[in-house]
Design a protein around this ligand. Structure first.
Ligand code: IPM
Ligand code: MG
Length: 288
């Protein structure tokens, strides 16, 4: 198992090839981790930690399937060069139909096990890359007649996620749109410190990470919320080992400590008990 979170101001001045982000992207690419599962789930007890009104988010249970090894993140050509006497920066947004098809199958498969509603997010009104994405989604949908497929432009999806997030069950989208939408979705749940993720290859093997970054500002202070990391382990059991019992046990233990009122600083509110990272971890172990 790999657990990762990268970044910190000390790396921001490094040359691009030396930055930790580059390492993470290489791991994803070389292990072929093309399907990134990012759930956003709101525990009712944390509804007040969300910046949205409790009734808008309470009971939220959304899964974003983000394509992770293609798109403008990896498309060639890319670079910075001088054209007509000035520097230009450029990247290439690119998807092959096989790349779209394989992530589509993962997303439809997940939607089948959830609410059987899949929303494909793109920008087909402007981008050819998205036009192809949408066509392939429609083709693949023929294999999943029970799943209701809808399409949404990414700008509208960003708005709808904030306006009425519970309309979504499963979302499938490309790498860059998924990067942005999953950060927005994470905030619906009150804390980015709560959300796990899994990045899987075609055999469901992969890497499991909290969605949040490495939080360099609180490093070494025993303050971080460990729940996203713990829930990432649950995703490993659920999606890679197909050990649903263990996955349920871990997730229920997390639910229990939340119900007991234990909170790290990021999700603490008046009337709940503030605990450290290690205290939270110990409480989860006990609840199991
Ligand atoms: C993420 C992160 C990464 C990404 C960065 C650290 C390269 O934002 O996992 O969402 O953009 O994919
Ligand atoms: Mg991101």
């Amino acid at each position: 198992m790999l657990l990762g979170a990268v970044g910190g101001p000390q790396y921001d001045t490094l040359d691009r090839p030396l930055r930790p982000e580059r390492g993470l992207l290489r791991i994803r690419k070389e292990l072929n981790l093309f399907a990134n599962l990012r759930p956003a789930l709101l525990y009712p007890e944390l509804a007040s930690a969300s910046s949205l009104k409790p009734e808008v988010v309470s009971g939220l249970d959304l899964m974003i399937v983000r394509e992770l090894t293609g798109d403008v993140y990896f498309g060639q050509p890319r670079g910075i060069e001088v054209r007509n006497g000035e520097r230009v920066g450029f990247n290439t947004m690119l998807y092959s139909e096989s790349e779209v098809r394989r992530v589509a199958h993962v997303a439809f498969g997940i939607a089948m096990k959830r609410g059987k509603k899949l929303c494909s997010v793109e920008k087909a009104n402007v981008l050819e890359c998205s036009e192809l994405w949408k066509e392939v989604m429609i083709e693949v949908s023929k294999d999943y007649p029970e799943v209701e497929l809808s399409h949404m432009y990414v700008d509208n999806a960003a708005m709808q996620l904030i306006r009425a997030p519970k309309q979504f069950d499963t979302i499938v989208t490309g790498n860059i749109f998924g990067d942005i939408l999953s950060d927005a979705a994470s905030m619906l749940s009150g804390s980015i410190g709560m959300l796990p993720s899994a990045s899987l290859d075609e055999h469901n093997k992969g890497m499991y990470e909290p969605i949040h970054g490495s939080a360099p500002d609180i490093a070494g202070k025993n303050l971080a919320n460990p729940l996203a990391t713990i829930l990432s382990v649950a995703m490993m059991y659920r999606y890679t080992f197909a050990d649903l019992d263990t996955a349920d046990r871990i997730e229920n233990a997390v639910k229990k400590v939340i119900e007991q009122g234990l909170r790290t600083g990021d999700i603490w509110t008046e009337g709940t008990q503030k605990v450290s990272c290690s205290e939270m971890g110990d409480a989860v172990v006990k609840a199991m």
